[in-house]
Design a protein around this ligand. Structure first.
Ligand SMILES: *Cc1c(COP(=O)(O)O)cnc(C)c1O
Length: 837
């Protein structure tokens, strides 16, 4: 009986979809040549690789990929979310009923085989894109250019990895007329695999630059690997000037080249002029002079636009049509922006593109937010999905339902006509953006997280502007992907089982509170640490549930510690005694605390000679429970003090052993801060305390290695530009003297923002339109003057104080301090905006 009903279910499902990316489990098993018994021959259509992000579980096939975390550990989580079909390397440890386990030697290879099989079913033009920079922009722009007359499938966001490409190709359906897929590699051998999955008929090469050399012997090796994408393409499109050394590597039937120097190139660009905010190009093509207006002027965008221009021409579009479409290219932003909204709201701004995959990513990000109980989604109609409207909005409805949204605000005819399918506690629908704007006040946004997600033509930035707090033009942008990158960089250095305590004290080194904590919690760090109880209270009030350690627990804060389940550090007999008395009085037992040992810092902690007495006190104490014992290295980054670090390690070993023995139970031992993780792998013990490395700075990892990404960009803008003459002085106390005639710009940042006075009089520099210029005169409280003589600068132009290229390490050197101080000095007046891609 059960067998028949399950067949019945499958047949009716098949009939309702009849879509190309549906496979029976039996088919999948054959395609990936797996072992294992099929219990029910389900139909799957969704590929899942992350147990935290399960949608459409019933139609899902989960791949237990082993990356930094072993995917097999997440089978139970995926099962609990309703997934019943798995591709695994080993069967699950416990028997899970009614589930299919397909066993393969390599799970990633199986995912790629399935995608390859799917790809092979479609005989359409597929453009494959590779290069060091600009892949995603070129991919998105080609999409914008070709979607006007074709149904185009492309990678969501920058899904260009060994996992991202199969997931991208999986979206191909009969409706598509063109595929545009980018391929990114970081190790030798990877391109062959991606090429097999994408099988491009046309190859496009974007800018080659030295980004991410690691994994390859040298730059050339990396370029050669990239060029493998073109093997067997009917056509390869590239910039002739940058591949002169690699002519033999490009094995394609035909080439279409563009160049700024080589007259015989198919597209020879001979004239480039800036016309206000546009860029006017003239070129020779098929013996004719043709032209193109690019709506961007920066170097990278122009190069990417020329690549797109060449691609349109190579694919047979007329120069007139190409020009017409390129003129209308719009900026590509793949990032979600999290910012403070009005009325205590948080706003997640994703107003640039809309498709089902990016909706899912945005909803996951919304669900990571714990700072408000209520969650609202403002969504527009989705265009160009390649799916029929019926299936598309069915998927939207399922997605919205599975993400537990409190309030849904739909904009557009298609959503409006499907109101009934959206299942949320509160919903509103509007025919267009103007209709929503007219009623915006009546929706009473308050204390909630609002995700604003719309197709470009809906101009949802108009809504976002009304719901967000105004910025005072000086903002610190925090890149949450960089935070994750850095976290993973250190995690990869840890021995299995070693825990991570993320140091989020002092407003996460100046970078934020719950915004970072949410990200760290979601990505499963084990502990957070703050300096004072109040910082921990803020995190708890924002919904953070991770254990939180408080480094400096004051007597006056004991009530708060207990109320908010914060774990204090005991560093002296006085404090320990007070806390034990407090616990006794309040009838608290086994309260979790941490013991800090002083092994050489001489700041806080029990010294070696005090440990025996400490053991006596702990032995008989039922009011507290020792969660961990730790100490702090004073110079883990400095080779000249390595002997002292070894002494600290020895002292720590002696002391913690005594304590564990006295307690009669195991505690978590930890010693390493950031540079300790990098330089003292043998001292990882049970946990490490990761601080500045999370934020992208590690004295033991040279910036040139490019493995850490600074997460913060401090940006301000020009409020006024003026000409000055030789002998004029600039600013307070006449300190800035102009030697010659020149031009200065006043920018909106001063020492009250954390740009210290020490940066004045040419000590500090800022980036203006790509050029570093010195400060001139003293720094004021709210303003700074910079010397922009000979530069083309206008009021309102962006000015970078630091970013991931002009780094805080450099600023620290300028004024003789350390990066920690530069970061934590940025005052709370400077708004933080968070990005996630
Ligand atoms: C701040 C702090 C850290 C983190 O140090 P980084 O050098 O930023 O990694 C580790 N342990 C303790 C006790 C700290 O106070």
């Amino acid at each position: 009986m059960p067998k028949i009903s399950s067949i019945g279910r499958n047949i009716s499902k098949l009939a309702s979809y009849m879509l190309s990316n549906q496979y029976t489990i039996q088919q999948v098993k054959t395609i990936i040549t797996a072992e294992g018994d099929i219990i029910t021959d389900d139909i799957i259509s969704v590929l899942l690789t992350d147990s935290r992000r399960i949608t459409n579980a019933a139609d899902g096939l989960f791949f237990a990929l082993s990356g930094r975390r072993n995917g097999h550990a997440f089978i139970a989580e995926a099962y609990a979310a309703g997934v019943r079909n798995f591709v695994v390397k080993q069967g699950p440890e416990i028997k899970l009923p009614h589930a299919n386990f397909m066993i393969v030697p390599d799970v990633l290879t199986a995912l790629q085989q399935l995608a390859t099989h799917h790809r092979d079913r479609f005989n359409i033009e597929v453009i494959g894109i590779t290069g060091s920079n600009g892949k995603t922009i070129v991919k998105e722009w080609l999409y914008q250019l070709f979607a006007i007359d074709k149904n185009v499938v492309r990678n969501p966001k920058s899904y260009n990895s060994q996992i991202g490409v199969p997931l991208s190709v999986w979206q191909m359906s009969e409706k598509n007329e063109l595929g545009v897929f980018e391929a990114g590699i970081s190790m030798p051998g990877e391109m062959d695999r991606l090429k097999e999955i994408i099988k491009p008929s046309v190859g496009v090469l974007t800018h080659l630059g030295p980004a991410h050399n690691e994994g390859f012997e040298d730059f050339k090796g990396k370029v050669r690997e990239k060029l493998k994408l073109f093997v067997g393409c009917r056509l390869a499109i590239y910039n002739y000037d940058q591949v002169t050394d690699y002519k033999d590597e490009i094995i394609a039937d035909n080439c279409f080249t563009w160049s700024r120097t080589f007259r015989q190139a198919d597209l020879y660009v001979f004239s480039e002029t800036v016309i206000s905010k546009s860029y006017y190009l003239r070129a020779k093509y098929k013996e004719q002079e043709i032209e193109c207006l690019v709506p961007f002027t920066d170097e990278a965008s122009v190069e990417n636009a020329i690549t797109c221009w060449a691609t349109m021409l190579a694919l047979g579009y007329s120069p007139v049509e190409a020009d017409k479409r390129i003129e209308r290219l719009t900026a590509v932003s793949m990032r979600l922006e999290l910012k403070n909204g009005t009325n205590d709201c948080s706003v997640i701004d994703d107003t640039y593109n809309s498709d089902i995959q990016s909706l899912e990513i945005a909803l996951n990000f919304l669900n990571q937010q714990n700072q408000h109980k209520k969650k609202t989604l403002i969504l527009s109609d989705i265009f160009q999905s390649g799916l029929s409207e019926e299936i598309l909005y069915k998927q939207v409805a399922e997605l919205v339902h599975s993400k537990t949204i409190d309030r849904f605000i739909g904009v557009g005819e298609a959503l409006m006509s499907r109101q009934d399918t959206i299942n949320v506690p509160e919903k509103h629908f509007f025919a267009d953006t103007n209709a929503l704007l007219a009623k915006l006040n009546t929706l009473r946004f308050r204390d909630e997280t609002i995700l604003i997600k719309g197709s470009r033509s809906f101009e949802f930035e108009r809504i976002s502007r009304l719901l967000s707090q105004k910025n005072h033009e000086t903002v610190m942008e925090i890149n949450l992907n960089a935070l994750l990158n850095n976290l993973n960089y250190y995690k990869a250095k840890l021995k299995p089982g070693v825990k991570v305590m993320a140091m989020v004290k002092a407003f996460s080194y100046g970078s934020g509170t719950f915004e970072l904590a949410n990200m760290l919690q979601y990505n499963k760090v084990d502990y957070l640490a703050v300096a004072y109880a109040d910082e921990g209270v803020t995190l708890r009030q924002s919904g953070i549930t991770l254990p939180i350690t408080v480094m400096n627990a004051e007597y006056s804060a004991f009530d708060k510690l207990v109320e908010y389940k914060l774990e204090p550090v005991m560093y002296s007999f006085g404090l320990l005694d007070e806390f034990v008395k407090y616990a006794q009085l309040n009838e608290i037992s086994a309260y979790p605390v941490h013991i800090k040992l002083d092994t050489g810092m001489h700041r806080l902690g029990f010294e070696e000679f005090e440990v025996d007495t400490l053991c006596d006190m702990l032995e008989i104490n039922k009011y507290i429970h020792i969660k961990s014992v730790f100490s702090h290295l004073v110079a883990s980054d400095a080779a000249e003090h390595d002997g002292f670090t070894e002494t600290q390690i020895k002292r720590f070993d002696t002391s913690y052993k005594k304590i564990e023995e006295a307690l009669g139970y195991k505690v978590i031992k930890h010693l390493c801060n950031t540079s300790g993780i990098t330089r003292w792998p043998a001292a990882q013990y049970d946990m490490v305390r990761l601080g500045i490395g999370l934020y992208g700075v590690d004295a033991a990892v040279p910036p040139t290695e490019g493995v850490l990404q600074p997460i913060a960009t401090l940006k301000t803008s020009v409020s006024q530009v003026r000409k000055v003459t030789a002998g004029d002085t600039i600013g307070y106390s006449r300190k800035g003297l102009m030697a010659d005639d020149g031009k200065i710009a006043t920018v909106r940042i001063g020492y009250a923002d954390g740009y210290l006075r020490a940066f004045g009089n040419g000590v500090g520099k800022m980036l203006v339109n790509g050029t570093l210029v010195p400060t001139i005169g003293n720094i004021s409280m709210d303003m700074t003057m910079i010397d922009v003589t000979a530069l083309n600068v206008e009021e309102g132009d962006d000015v970078i104080v630091f970013n991931n290229e002009y780094r805080i390490e450099e600023l620290a050197t300028q004024i003789g301090t350390i990066p920690y101080e530069i970061l934590t000095n940025i005052s709370q007046r400077v708004k933080r905006v968070y990005f996630y891609e």
